[in-house]
Design a protein around this ligand. Structure first.
Ligand code: ATP
Ligand code: MG
Length: 271
């Protein structure tokens, strides 16, 4: 079964797409089987994966509207090391059409259910709003990865996001949890960055990833070449940071697996 994570924050420009693309590529580099779902009509994850969004034959729209199977719509990325379900502006139309569908929150979840054995990790790059597309991602996921820029209003937005997650947990998907908060565009020389980061650690403790993504100009350049950072600039600070984040995720997953095994063994022992 795949681990499915929505990469979400309703605040714009905080590093969702950069995190989704580079985690996908870094885990692919570690030989994990990865699918990246671009669920943002801006199609930035599609472009950043080297796919021209004007030339996409089938995209997430066609899958959400059930015109094609997800297997048909998924494409491989050229040298990215992961597969992609692409997006373009048509997703906005899908959003409108979905509103009147009874199963409108479950379309993505159902589609991913059909291919979940094919991938170790599925990342869903969400748009910067808590709309029906983001809710589809939350219903389909077991965890939400929240990229957060350590600046003044960052924590305020977080409570609205947590409330939405709570509502989805109560009504649609009891398994949904906060997978982790990633500090992005971090500037260690900026007092505010340090202060917000400390507040974040006080409130969320080990739900904050230890790995910090620094502000790094090569990370901003890479998408215009359609390449994840590990292939565009493998020895940049940005590349190291995302490889570290992927390694931290794998470590955590391994620890959870071991803990589950111990629980299972001790339960069996009691019987
Ligand atoms: N660590 C970083 N250092 C420097 N620039 C970055 C970094 N992370 C992201 N950027 C740049 O900041 C901008 C916003 O990042 P990104 O597109 O990943 O955010 P987003 O949250 O997906 O935005 P949106 O809400 O519009 O979808 C982009 O130009 C990106 O290249
Ligand atoms: Mg984005």
């Amino acid at each position: 079964m795949s681990k499915i994570y929505a990469v979400a924050n309703q605040k714009g420009g905080v590093g969702k797409t950069t995190t989704a693309v580079n985690l996908a590529a870094s885990l692919g580099y570690f030989d994990e089987r990865v699918l990246l779902v671009d669920l943002d009509p801006q199609g930035n994850a599609t472009t950043g994966s080297g796919i021209d969004k004007r030339e996409v034959e089938w995209s997430g729209v066609d899958v959400l509207l059930e015109d094609v199977s997800i297997r048909q719509a998924i494409q491989s990325t050229d040298g990215g090391g992961y597969d992609l379900l692409a997006a373009n502006g048509d997703l906005t139309a899908a959003e409108v059409e979905l509103m009147s569908a009874e199963d409108r929150f479950h379309r993505l979840s159902r589609a991913l259910g059909g291919i979940s054995g094919n991938y170790d990790y599925i990342f869903i790059d969400c748009p910067p709003t808590l709309n029906i597309l983001t809710l589809n991602a939350f219903v389909a996921s077991q965890g939400v990865i929240v990229p957060l820029q350590c600046e003044y209003y960052a924590l305020e937005g977080l409570s609205a996001l947590m409330e939405t997650m709570e509502r989805v947990r109560e009504t649609q998907n009891p398994n949904l949890r906060l997978q982790g908060i990633v500090r992005t565009m971090y500037d260690a020389r900026n007092r505010l960055s340090i202060e917000v980061s400390e507040q974040l650690l006080t409130h969320f403790g080990d739900q904050v990833y230890e790995t910090v993504i620094p502000r790094n100009v090569t990370l901003a350049e890479a998408p215009s070449y359609g390449r994840p950072i590990i292939y565009y600039a493998p020895s940049s600070r940005g590349a190291y940071a995302y490889v570290d984040l992927a390694a931290e995720m794998l470590d955590k997953a391994e620890r959870v697996k071991q803990a589950e095994k111990v629980t299972e063994e001790s339960n069996n022992g009691v019987e």
